[in-house]
Design a protein around this ligand. Structure first.
Ligand SMILES: Nc1ncnc2c1ncn2[C@@H]1O[C@H](COP(=O)(O)OP(=O)(O)O)[C@@H](O)[C@H]1O
Ligand SMILES: [Mg+2]
Length: 236
């Protein structure tokens, strides 16, 4: 099992002032069985890179392979099935559906992949229960605190057992203690020999949860630190 391998990934966005080169030839790996953190200053291209890996953003040059599937070679119509098979994405703003309950929100990826609502809701409730959300199945996202909404977003990203979890700044809005709790949960739920996890952050308080920290600056990968995690080592 390989995980994620990016080679010379580039992308530019058209702007009024001309093309903006956001990724400039990124070489990056996130091996299976590990939690890889992608860190770097705001605006350096972290969200853009994980969006390319997720198949949410097209037009990149270079190659991205996710568990031996070449994402950069997929046609537009193949991207949604690719995401359903492989990707759990926790967005920075959670992106929950306001009209669906907690349990329904977390069940959506299974329904999209062809499960019945009944079966999907059963899996969704089991996972939400693990995340301490057992008392809130029937609530709407608007009735939850930010931390509770994040737990629903985590459940939705993991309910279909994706091979790759992508998580954008999970602790940015949290105090130190809640940040540690979320990272502990993500390690417990997402680190698995056949799966890979990438967590984007610029929160040095949580670097200790990584098996591997990849540093980005101005559209390029500048440094990779491996095995730097006391917390991770303790759980291996
Ligand atoms: N769709 C887009 N069009 C134009 N510029 C964009 C677009 N998406 C991102 N950018 C720019 O690309 C740069 C990197 O953005 P992003 O990947 O979100 O950075 P990070 O997540 O590291 O903070 C920023 O300068 C941002 O303004
Ligand atoms: Mg970002």
């Amino acid at each position: 099992m390989t995980g994620v391998i990016c080679e010379q990934v580039g992308i530019e966005f058209p702007t009024a002032a001309g093309p903006l080169h956001v990724l400039k030839g990124v070489d990056f790996e996130a091996p299976a069985g590990q939690l890889t953190m992608l860190v770097g200053p705001s605006g350096c291209g972290k969200t853009t890179l994980i969006s390319v890996i997720a198949g949410l953003l097209r037009g990149a040059t270079g190659t991205v392979r996710v568990f031996d599937e070449e994402v950069t070679a997929l046609r537009g119509t193949d991207l949604a099935p690719y995401r359903l098979r492989n990707i759990g994405f926790i967005f920075q703003q959670y992106n929950l559906l306001a009209g669906l309950t907690v349990a329904e929100n977390a069940a959506v990826p299974l329904v999209a992949a062809g499960s019945s609502w009944e079966a999907a809701l059963e899996c969704s409730r089991t996972l939400l229960d693990k995340l301490g959300m057992g008392a809130h199945f029937g609530k709407l996202p608007g009735q939850l605190s930010g931390g509770q909404q994040q737990r629903v977003a985590i459940a939705r990203a993991l309910v279909h057992k994706p091979r790759l979890l992508l998580c954008d700044e999970p602790t940015a809005a949290l105090d130190g203690k809640s940040g540690q709790a979320v990272m502990t949960l993500l390690r417990e739920l997402a680190v698995h020999p056949d799966r890979a996890a990438i967590v984007v952050t610029h929160d040095p308080r949580v670097y200790g949860f990584a098996d591997r920290v990849a540093h980005m600056e101005d559209g390029l990968l500048t440094k990779v630190e491996e095995g730097c995690s006391a917390a991770a080592t303790a759980q291996h």
